[in-house]
Design a protein around this ligand. Structure first.
Ligand SMILES: [Zn+2]
Length: 118
């Protein structure tokens, strides 16, 4: 075994362990980020529930009213999928199709109703 070969092997091994350390750090950062997002979502869910109960009780609404409104909002992007995403939107004024992310009709300029939370 020559000294040069040994040196090359050790250098290669060193690079490898550096890569492993970097990948491990990236994985830890991602896990931390996911934890923060989960905490954020849990807090938003709590506030959302509190807001709904406050509004429901003050205005004598029902959970069915909320469900109906949620379905209505869900369909604004043309897809009933439980989420509001950017997608094709038919202009209520000229009937042509624009993408909802533009915020207004590309043909007649009508401003689309903006979702309150985006
Ligand atoms: Zn239009």
């Amino acid at each position: 075994m020559s000294m040069m070969w040994m040196g090359g092997l050790m250098a290669g091994g060193w690079d490898r362990s550096n890569e492993v350390v970097q990948v491990r750090e990236q994985a830890q950062n991602q896990q931390q980020r996911i934890k923060e997002l989960e905490h954020h979502v849990a807090r938003l869910s709590l506030l959302n529930q509190a807001l709904w109960e406050l509004i429901r009780d003050r205005l004598s609404l029902s959970d069915a009213d909320l469900q109906a409104k949620a379905n209505d909002v869900d369909m604004r992007d043309g897809v009933q999928d439980g989420a509001v995403t950017h997608g094709p939107l038919q202009c209520p004024q000229c009937g042509r199709i624009s993408n909802s992310r533009h915020g207004k009709c590309l043909y007649c300029g009508l401003e689309f109703e903006k979702p309150a939370m985006e």
